[in-house]
Design a protein around this ligand. Structure first.
Ligand code: F0G
Length: 444
């Protein structure tokens, strides 16, 4: 592992329980010697890899059915791949966004739907990697602080591996779908009177004392799994990467991981360039937007986070430096979107027949802004990363369609647009005539 701050190198087994560098306190990154060199025995052969990964799609080996471990040559983090704990994650669909594509005048607009993973979010791709390390190293307990999706994923993978899991979540500020998953998969679930940042701080104190393996995205193995959607995207475009990748930003692990995935592919000669990576935050939880605007990413000021997109309600993101690098090295942007913009974008993604959770919809809201600012051309290929499944937070969706989600202030100037997107359910008498009338009224 290499420290992102001071460059100190340690072996994986030497990492401290909180995965911070003992010298400078920054986070580590998994580094593979020889990959960035032009030649050498440690450098995999790109042509052979592409062929092998495609062959595995027809394989009957269980591990080959995972969209993460299918790429295991670029994920050599286990002593034995026999220790991998998999729920057949990854291999998620890349959908064309037909309506939004027309509305925005972009020919090639896609959604990589990471909500189609086994527990309904992108966290599964990271969890299969880091939890397998926990199992291989003989831990009995794993733990995470979470806004909901990490805990759902961790609880499921821990259950599959026969490990116990501890979840710290902010009391009252997570979506019920996610909480129900942690319970059903058998985690010890603690609702803490603190926000996500407080939960993570508390958990770090706990893992420093007890032999519990931390599975938040400060654990660099999480990011190794989460880089694999970059491989899937490149493969789907026949190794010609799209021009833009748009990702939601919370704790900023995912944007960092996808950046690493594309960077490694480029270093290894699998692709010729990286896409521009843009990160979108909610306006009420936008510390990276501020950091880049005010200090060009030199420092970050934590904010008190507020947004109904509870997955990204994070004011002090751990991986901000790594995410800033991904944006800056690719020439992408970082911007924020309002609660109304998120809600409208979510309804638009729903109207495409796809759906996603609120945090994922910031990508489309962000794309609209980038397009209106002239930063994305009509001929460019754009991929939105939809991070979570629509059913994770059904309350949000119902409140939007009933018209009770947003307050008047949030809706100012957008009332007609919002009403045009709402599809509330109607109570109708049990007669043919009443149903036909309701249908006609709605059709109009
Ligand atoms: N989208 C969804 C659906 C999420 O659950 C998260 C993060 C993000 C986006 C942001 O990703 O943190 O890597 O920048 N959820 C975490 C959790 C924090 O605990 O489930 P990030």
């Amino acid at each position: 592992m290499r420290c992102f701050g001071c460059g100190a190198r340690i072996s994986g087994a030497e990492a401290q329980p909180d995965f911070r560098c003992a010298v400078c306190g920054d986070l580590f990154e998994v580094e593979y010697p020889g990959w960035s060199e032009r030649r050498g025995p440690d450098r995999p052969n790109p042509g052979a890899l592409k062929w092998l990964w495609r062959e595995r799609r027809c394989s009957s080996e269980e591990l080959d059915h995972s969209g993460v471990w299918r790429f295991r040559e670029l994920l050599p983090i286990l002593d034995s791949f026999g220790n991998a704990v998999s729920l057949r994650e990854g291999n998620t669909p890349l959908y064309r966004l037909i309506r939004s594509s027309k509305a925005l005048g972009i020919d090639q607009l896609y959604a990589k739907h990471q909500g189609m993973n086994p527990t309904g979010s992108f966290k599964d791709t990271g969890m299969t990697a880091a939890l397998s390390v926990a199992k291989e190293r003989g831990f009995e307990w794993v733990a995470c602080a979470s806004t909901g999706n990490t805990s759902a994923a961790m609880a499921a993978y821990a259950a599959r591996a026969g490990l116990r899991s501890l979840v710290l979540i902010p009391d009252g500020k997570i979506a019920w779908g996610k909480l129900s998953q942690a319970m059903d998969y058998g985690a010890v679930t603690c609702q803490i009177k603190a926000d996500f940042d407080g939960c993570l701080q508390l958990l770090i104190e706990i893992v420093k004392e007890a032999p519990i393996y931390l599975l938040n995205s400060i654990n660099p193995y999480r990011l190794e799994g989460q880089k694999t959607p970059a491989f899937e995207i490149a493969e789907a475009f026949d190794w010609n990467v799209p021009d833009h990748l748009i990702v939601p930003g919370g704790n900023l692990g995912n944007s960092s991981a996808l950046g690493k995935g594309f960077r490694e592919m480029m270093e290894l000669g699998l692709v010729a360039r990286m896409p521009k990576i843009s990160v979108i935050q909610a306006a009420g939880a936008n510390p990276l937007v501020r950091s880049l605007a005010e200090t060009k990413g030199a420092s970050i000021e934590p904010v008190e986070a507020h947004t109904r997109a509870t997955a990204i309600r994070i004011g002090n993101p751990a991986s901000w430096r790594k995410a800033a690098r991904a944006i800056q090295e690719t020439g992408g942007w970082c911007l924020d979107v309002t609660e109304a913009e998120i809600a409208m974008a979510k309804a638009e993604i729903g109207a495409e027949g796809l759906g996603c959770e609120p945090a994922s919809a910031v990508t489309l809201a962000g794309l609209k802004k980038l397009r209106s600012q002239g930063k994305i051309g009509s001929r460019e290929t754009v991929v939105l990363v939809l991070t979570g499944h629509m059913l994770k937070d059904a309350d949000y969706t119902i409140d939007f369609h009933r018209g009770t989600l947003l307050n008047d202030e949030e809706k100012v100037g957008l009332e007609a647009k919002i009403d045009g997107l709402r599809r509330d359910a109607v109570k109708v008498e049990a007669t043919r005539a009443a149903v036909m009338t309701a249908m006609k009224e709605r059709a109009e």
